[in-house]
Design a protein around this ligand. Structure first.
Ligand code: DGJ
Length: 566
């Protein structure tokens, strides 16, 4: 077992040193060796248990199955320090105002194991009971070894004991704030606590109020690309583990030989991902709820020095490593806080991969982010959850809104109001049909979406009737459309038939083929809603309502559109 003792402080006789390095090697075989298969799900025990939520994939599409059917996670992530019973009433107020069906909230290692080996799950029990009263599901965020890369949520007996739980060393041998991923002592302590927590959930939650668990929070290290301690250096100078070499289709060699200039960061990503995998495995062996990780992001397109983001965490450039290192995880999710359209869309693009279902478990709560909802769902996203809509008195401006109040929540609530009543239907449609979606770009220009035979044009900032370019100009722009705030979502229901949902946008359709002699028209546009999986007709849109495209305001309107030609 690797002790927490830094080598440099040990004045060991050579045979002791030899024994120690041998045990280091053994420990790291344990840490990095072939991943033992996750234990088969234990058979449900005594009480009547609901099916365990899980992710499925079919025809290249993903679904998050909860209670046996696809689930759309309309989430609200609580602030970091809202994880105590006293704060919960202020949390529920935000959840209600937003109209979320899921609350994401931390469970901190420091609160469940304040003294080593002694566990307190009273907060978890209160949370479970209150979530059920509110008819809201939970995603629990395990704040352990890493929380925004640092160990602040570890118990005192961990964070104050740097000998047993060593921090990383930088290239000059100075202590770094983050815990090293290279010590069995730290991994074992985190895994034990996490497994206890999962065991408690298994017993306390046969209803599956908790549907998903985040393992750690934004792993990696800021300002230092990897651990340079002797323990780490020895591994770095050694061969890249076979599992990674094979998975990345590389030839064997040392980290430098195999990965060149990326060696430091890839090394860190490998050891953090395999560490997180072990923590997840320990929890899943007890109770196999689906699990995921979230990422402090790297620029989606431009080079960024690894010291300027959470290096080693699941950033897009090391997602392949994470997929090999942590196969038990259902997905890696980007925490979206970039304020430009290009950056946001870039992150969505990077994390929407065949092997990585798109789920936005954390996005800023400044109103510019509300419209991103349409791009996320249009990219087959399984969930969307703004961060920090609770009334505990904290706002993370300038990342998010200046003030958390009803006005800040409203743009997000508007979107949830449309999708919440049809969340199950949408999740099913998105799993089985083609879906597209977009949100208003920063330059507010119209966008086109190629649907196949048809092309949809989405334009913004227009009055419902007048065409801006034909003389009868409405004065200025409709209130609320001055800044980018619109979006549209389209699903294919059948040939020439689409479900259309939008906010502050005009949606028009035309035949894609420019040479076609045919002209396009609306055959029928129905407004309605879903009830128990069935479409319920309310009225037909015609005349003004369709002569200038389909014009959406902030009302929660859902249309079924049949297109035709003449
Ligand atoms: C991302 C983290 O995951 C959150 O817990 C929080 O710290 C935000 N950053 C900033 O408010």
């Amino acid at each position: 077992m690797v002790s927490g003792q830094p080598y440099s402080n040990l004045k060991l006789q050579s045979f002791v040193r030899h024994a120690l390095s041998l045990s280091v090697a053994v420990a790291f075989v344990l840490l990095t060796g072939c991943n033992p298969k996750t234990a088969a799900p234990p058979a449900p025990t005594a009480q009547k248990t609901a099916e365990i939520p899980h992710f499925v994939k079919k025809n290249g599409r993903n679904a998050f199955i909860v209670d046996g059917t696809p689930y759309l996670l309309l989430g609200s992530q609580a602030n970091n320090s809202s994880n105590y019973p006293a704060a919960l009433p202020k949390v529920w107020r935000g959840v209600e105002m937003l109209g979320a069906n899921t609350l994401e909230i931390p469970v901190a290692w420091e609160q469940i194991e304040p003294t080593e080996g002694h566990f307190d799950f009273s907060y978890v029990d209160t949370l479970l009971a209150q979530a059920r009263e509110h008819h809201v599901r939970l995603v629990l965020l395990w704040f352990g070894t890493w929380k925004n890369t640092n160990p602040n949520y570890t118990p005192e007996w961990v964070k104050l004991n740097n000998d047993r739980f060593p921090r990383m060393l930088d290239a000059k041998g100075n202590k770094v704030y983050a815990l090293s991923p290279h010590y069995r002592s730290t991994l074992d302590a985190d895994s034990k606590a996490f497994a206890k927590f999962m065991g408690h959930l298994k017993d306390a939650d046969p209803q599956r109020t908790v549907i998903l668990v985040q393992v750690e929070n934004e792993t990696g290290t800021y300002g230092c690309v990897r651990d340079y301690s002797p323990v780490a250096q020895k591994l770095f100078d050694g061969p890249v583990p076979g599992q990674l070499v094979a998975g990345m289709h590389k030839k064997p060699g040392t980290w430098k030989q195999v990965f060149g200039k990326d060696a430091d960061e890839f090394f860190h990503a490998w050891y953090i991902s395999t560490y997180v995998e072990k923590v997840a495995e320990a929890g899943k062996a007890v109770y196999p709820l689906p699990m995921y990780v979230n990422a402090w992001l790297r620029d989606p397109y431009n080079y960024q020095a690894p010291t300027t983001y959470a290096a080693g965490g699941p950033t897009w450039n090391v997602l392949d490593i994470w997929k090999i290192g942590a196969p038990s995880l259902a997905l890696a999710a980007p925490d979206i806080y970039g304020h430009t359209y290009a950056n946001i869309m870039g992150q969505i693009d990077r994390y929407h991969r065949p092997d990585n279902p798109l789920m936005i478990v954390e996005i800023g709560n400044e109103k510019l982010f509300a419209r991103v909802f349409f791009s996320v769902l249009g990219n087959q996203g399984l969930g969307f959850s703004p961060f920090g809509f609770d009334f505990t008195g904290y706002s993370n401006y300038p990342l998010g809104a200046k003030k958390v109040d009803a006005e800040a929540i409203e743009p997000f609530a508007q979107n949830f109001r449309i999708l919440a009543p049809m969340a199950r239907e949408w999740a099913k449609i998105s799993f089985e049909n083609n879906v597209w979606g977009t949100s208003e770009p920063d330059d507010q220009r119209p966008q086109t979406i190629a649907l196949g035979r048809w092309t949809a044009t989405i334009s913004y900032g227009q009055w419902q009737l007048s065409e801006m370019h034909v003389g009868f100009k409405g004065e200025g722009k409709p209130p609320g459309t001055e800044n980018p705030s619109g979006g549209a979502l389209i699903a294919e229901l059948g040939p020439d038939e689409y479900l259309v949902i939008a906010q502050r946008a005009r949606v028009a359709f035309a035949l894609t083929d420019p040479k076609s002699k045919l002209k396009s028209m609306f055959n029928r546009v129905e407004e309605g809603h879903y009830e128990n999986g069935k479409w319920v007709f309310e009225r037909v849109w015609n005349g003004d309502e369709t002569d200038h495209g389909l014009n959406f305001t902030t009302l929660p309107q859902v249309l079924r559109v049949k297109l035709a030609t003449y």
